[in-house]
Design a binder for this molecule. Structure first.
Ligand code: F0G
Length: 426
């Protein structure tokens, strides 16, 4: 089945340099930088960034190499609201071959887009390079986010780079050690909330509404513009290597920001004719089974996602019960002919080990993509002739405790070569 994307669009009457914001629910338009808003003034719907001129492949300036000018996110500035951002720099991540996993899962091609190779070790950097640039444009001095960890690490680093104050709200005791360490050393003020991620997001939205800080969660539509470049990189690289586009992209889902960003990427490519309907990859979301409201909505065919109050998983990055980008992401999964699937913590850890055996070190949430691929191969929903890209969103070092648990035990030996040889011979 080929995708059928909704490409309807209205003409702008409020554009600034060809950029404006549109409410995805009621279509109301807003000038992008004149006032700070995160959702629609009229209906509170999610906002999306729109452009008068969308680019096609030629507009990105030829071969993508570190030597050929801007590399990574800003190579795609023709598809972004600015020419450059607050950059460390970010993007340009590897699209690994994983031959053993490819053979085991029995798909035609399997590649792994490793977003853990970004400056702070997760894809969040792509959103922050744009988001913090917008913060400068609208003239704020304090940035804030709620986070399961990675967003806070990225915001802290990009805020520091821009010389801005940052405030991060984290669910107490539920954030992996590497991420808190990053936020702390980059100088963010860290507030540990006695609640889960969803309650942190409620509070930070209240703070933003009262003008206390500029919100840089993925509710902020500019974040998703940066994250859209994951899709551009996958499509361009895969096509350069294989001569075709991938059939499917499998990704872990928390707030569903990446799912929404990839869907937007494909719609924009479709709109300018850079790809056809039958070249749109099927968006396939994976959640942990005790944090799976999106999977529930897809399986039950619901238009809205029910908020899960009690969520739990070892993949703390995606321990989220209220995916705020669901209204953007659900149509993306449906229109591309994709699906969503839940996996257990054990399946996630197994997948983390399998990736590590190929030399690809990821945090648990990232491995959910491989665990989801395995499950959908078992059920036959992903077919043997498919070209699949799995997205791994964060680096192994983000969650050292999970890595220790999944890995082998160190073996104590005496301080003596003969004794070491004896030990090895045992
Ligand atoms: N993978 C990792 C490693 C993440 O950190 C996140 C989200 C996701 C996947 C889910 O991405 O929200 O776009 O569906 N982490 C956020 C944070 C919530 O605060 O770091 P999504």
């Amino acid at each position: 089945m080929s995708a059928h994307l909704d490409l309807e669009e209205s003409e702008p009457d409020v554009a600034t340099d060809g950029v404006w914001l549109t409410c995805i629910e009621c279509g109301e338009q807003f000038a992008p930088f004149a006032e700070i808003r995160y959702t629609c003034d009229h209906c509170d719907g999610l906002l999306e960034v729109r452009y008068a001129d969308l680019p096609t492949w030629e507009d990105f300036g030829g071969a993508s190499t570190p030597e050929s000018g801007p590399y990574g996110v800003w190579r795609y500035s023709a598809a972004l609201p600015f020419e450059e951002g607050v950059s460390l720099p970010e993007g340009g991540t590897p699209l690994h071959y994983v031959p053993r996993l490819e053979e085991e899962t029995g798909v035609n091609t399997l590649r792994v887009k490793h977003e853990g190779m970004n400056p702070t070790g997760s894809f969040k950097d792509r959103g922050m390079t744009v988001g913090v640039r917008v913060a400068r444009e609208v003239g704020v001095d304090r940035l804030a986010c709620a986070s399961t960890g990675n967003t806070s690490a990225a915001l802290a680093a990009y805020g520091a780079r821009a010389g801005m104050e940052t405030l991060v709200l984290l669910p107490a005791g539920k954030v992996a050690a590497g991420k808190v360490a990053q936020a702390s050393l980059h100088g963010a003020r860290i507030l540990e909330v006695d609640g889960n991620f969803d309650s942190c997001l409620d509070i930070v939205q209240d703070l933003a509404a009262r003008g206390e800080a500029y919100l840089l969660n993925s509710l902020n539509p500019f974040r998703l513009e940066g994250q859209k470049t994951i899709g551009l990189e996958i499509m361009e690289r895969f096509h350069a290597d294989e001569g075709r586009y991938p059939d499917r992209i499998v990704l872990p889902v928390g707030n569903a920001g990446n799912t929404a960003a990839l869907y937007k990427c494909f719609r924009e490519l479709r709109k300018v004719g850079a790809i056809d309907d039958d070249e749109v990859p099927k968006l396939t979301g994976v959640q942990a089974e005790n944090s799976a409201p999106m999977v529930e909505a897809i399986e039950e065919g619901n238009d809205e996602v029910r908020r899960w109050e009690n969520v739990e998983t070892r993949a703390t990055a995606i321990r989220i019960g209220n995916p705020v980008n669901a209204p953007k992401a659900l149509p993306g999964i449906r229109e591309t002919g994709g699906t969503a699937v839940a996996v257990s913590d054990e399946e996630i850890t197994d997948a983390q080990r399998s990736l590590a055996e190929e030399g690809v070190g990821v945090e648990p949430a990232s491995a959910a993509s491989i665990a989801g691929l395995r499950k959908l191969r078992e059920t036959g929903e992903i077919e043997a002739d498919e070209d699949v890209v799995c997205l791994t969103t964060g680096h192994l070092l983000k969650d050292p405790d999970a890595a220790y648990e999944a890995g082998g035990e160190p073996e104590p030996v005496p301080n003596d070569t003969e004794a070491v040889l004896d030990h090895l011979g045992e």
